[in-house]
Every structure is written in C-alpha cells, then in structure tokens.
Design a protein around this ligand. Structure first.
Ligand code: CUA
Length: 385
C-alpha cells in the first residue's frame, strides 16, 4: 500500500502505533477497564477542569510582569542590529515549529474524535497492520530535512553575528559583571563608569557600532538588553565579545540574565543611546577630573578618611578602590545601586546611611555614620557631576 493511501486510512496508522498495547489489552481485558465500562460522568470532566484552573492560576501569577508595558522590553521590537537579525531567524523557526504543532495537534484531534469509543466497539477488532516502510521512511526523512534547514539558518546567523569585525572608529567598551552591578570601561577614551552604558546611535551614513568585551569579577553573569542584542554571558577568567548597533536614541533597559546571587534580579543595565554629538559631549564631560569641592570640604574629608576609599575611586583624589563603582561622575548617572532607585539626594542619603535597606545583601556595608556625617558626605557626593 502506498503511504498516502495509508494516510487516507488513519485507522491503519493508529493500529500500527498501538498494536502492541492493544494485543496486550485484548489478552487481558482487566488491563483496560474503560473498554468495557464508560467512566462515571463526574470523573470525565476532572482533567479539563484542573487544566482550566491551572491556566487561570498561572495567568494570575504572571500578569504583574505585564502590568506596566513601559517596563517590559519587547523581544519582538528590536531597535538595533544584531537583535533585528536574531528576531528574523526566530520568526522563521517559530513559524516552522507552529506549522508542525498545528499538523500534529490537528491529526491528534481528528483521531480522538473520529475513533472515539462507541457502543458496540467491543465486538469488533480494527484492521491490524504491522509496519510500513513508506510511512516510516517519510516520518524519518521529513524531520531530518526540517532540522537541517533549522541548523543552516541558525548557524548562518550566529556566524554572521560572531564574525563581525569592528570598523575603524567603532566605540570599544569593556563591561565587567560584579555582584550586583556593572562596571563599564572605555579604555581608549579613559572613562570608567557604572550601570549605564552610553553609546552613539548609528545614523544613515555614519555606522557607529559599539563592540563590547565582557568579563566577570566574581561569578557568571549575563548581559542582556533584549531590544539591542541576544544574551552573552560574563564568565570569570574568560573574555566574551558582543556588539550592538542601535539606530534610535533613547534608553534601553536590560537585566543580568544568569543567576548570580541574592540581588541577581536587581542587577539592571541601562544602555543610553545618544546622537553622535551628544555622545561626544558626554565623553568630554566624563573625561574631566572633578573639581575640588570647595563648598563640601567636610564631606570630602569624611569620604577620604573612611574606608569608602578602599572600594571606590574618585579621580583626582586618593580614593582608588576597585571593588565598588567609580564615583568620579556619580551624579551624571540616573540611578543608584544598578537601577534599583533613582539617583536623588534623598535616596543617596538612605543609601549611604544603610545600603542594606535598599539592596539587601549588597557588598557595601552600613558604615555606622552619624546623621551629620551622612549629610556632609551626601553634600560632597552631590558635587561629583
Ligand atoms: Cu549578575 Cu545575575
């Protein structure tokens, strides 16, 4: 029998698939009590009801994540290469998988409805067919071809993205993952900052991609800004690379995407995409050393006298610590504690008094300062523009 003739007679395919079980059940009717006795009515709806209940519960648990669309960065709205390229290949893969899903579920529903249990079925046996080379060949070769297509398009995209060479003039930055913040260095520009990666937008004629080197100071992290690029891990003792080429100025939100400890969920990254002119202005501002704070001398003294300097750097002072974020231009950043709270004087005061209240488990301890010291210190920090 040709394979399409077999497909026209699904009863035959089904009996091929299930004949072993069926023979067993025939020999031992007790193994399949439903064959001789319909289930009690109230039992029949139980699986459907519990499925519906699970859907409601899961939807209820998940809905807060979608409550504020402004906070959800949409994977399907890429605004940069290589995110655009990744989206295209994802859509192709999703379409192929959706087609397979629809065919399989369609056949399944057809078989369930067409061959459901009917009164009188016990008396007769459906046709018994044992094996068909054509069918077996078809359902082996077709999936191999499909998987081959998926491998080809995916590996082409991956190679395309990974082999991209930085054009002359591309911005180079190094991102170092820490528990739980991002150190950002521009070695060629002499800039060190934290948690906010500034990059120029690529405009029509002037292509300005940014190439990133990714490192980790402690455990594995993962850099992910969904609208700009795919995820790339930051692994201790290893350097990974990635690049982005956004075209629209704006702020793009991302998050650490590899569990890295207590505050993994609040290790946020902001990518600030600026027009080339604005980016140049930002670079010039960041390159300047801070001016000696004449009106916050007390706070400056308190900062330099405390163990703040063991962890933080402020260029132009004796503070050269490397464990915490560089504070040279602290006030140029929009948030504190890797995106946890806005960088305002009030939050800065709360943070300096007891960082653990804002970010439990973070590595900055409560320095046990007096109210007066906190006020002086914050006054000094506010001069670091
Ligand atoms: Cu860093 Cu998760």
């Amino acid at each position: 029998m040709r394979w399409w003739a077999a497909l026209k007679n699904p009863e035959m395919v089904l009996s091929m698939l299930s004949h072993n079980k069926r023979v067993q059940n025939d020999l031992n009717p007790a193994a399949n009590p439903w064959r001789t006795q319909a289930p009690p009515k109230r039992l029949r709806w139980r699986p459907q009801l519990s499925f519906a209940a699970s859907v409601v519960v899961i939807a209820w648990l998940v809905h807060p994540a979608f409550g504020n669309p402004a906070q959800v960065t949409n994977l399907f709205q890429p605004l940069s290469q290589p995110a655009q390229e990744i989206k295209e290949v994802s859509l192709l893969v999703l379409a192929i998988c959706a087609a397979i899903f629809l065919i399989v579920v369609g056949l399944l529903v057809y078989a369930i409805v067409r061959f459901r249990h009917r009164p009188g079925d016990e008396a007769s046996e459906p046709p018994q067919v044992y094996g068909s080379n054509q069918i077996e060949l078809a359902w082996t070769v077709l999936p191999i071809l499909i998987v081959f297509v998926l491998i080809l398009v995916t590996s082409r995209t991956i190679a395309d993205i990974q082999n991209r060479k930085p054009p002359p003039g591309a911005v180079q930055a190094t991102v170092v993952g820490h528990q739980w913040w991002w150190e950002i260095r521009y070695p060629e520009l002499g800039i060190v900052t934290a948690n906010e990666l500034h990059v120029p937008a690529s405009t029509g004629n002037s292509r300005q991609p940014t190439f990133l080197k990714l490192q980790s100071a402690d455990v594995a992290h993962s850099f992910w800004v969904p609208q700009l690029a795919g995820k790339t891990d930051l692994i201790p003792n290893r350097e990974n690379r990635m690049w982005i080429e956004p075209t629209n100025p704006g702020i793009y939100l991302g998050n650490c995407a590899e569990y890295c400890g207590t505050q993994h969920a609040r290790m946020l990254i902001r990518v600030v995409v600026q027009s080339p002119d604005e980016f140049d202005r930002w670079v010039r501002d960041q390159q300047q050393a801070t001016s000696p704070a004449t009106n916050a001398a007390e706070g400056r003294k308190a900062f330099l006298a405390n163990s703040c300097i063991n962890c933080h750097t402020i260029r132009g002072t004796s503070a050269r610590g490397k464990f915490g974020p560089d504070l040279t231009h602290l006030m140029s950043r929009e948030t504190l504690a890797a995106g946890v709270v806005p960088n305002t004087a009030d939050n800065l005061r709360l943070w300096v008094r007891d960082p653990q209240k804002i970010k439990v488990g973070c590595l900055m301890p409560n320095m046990q300062m007096t109210d007066q010291e906190v006020d002086q210190l914050v006054a000094y920090l506010e001069t670091l523009k």
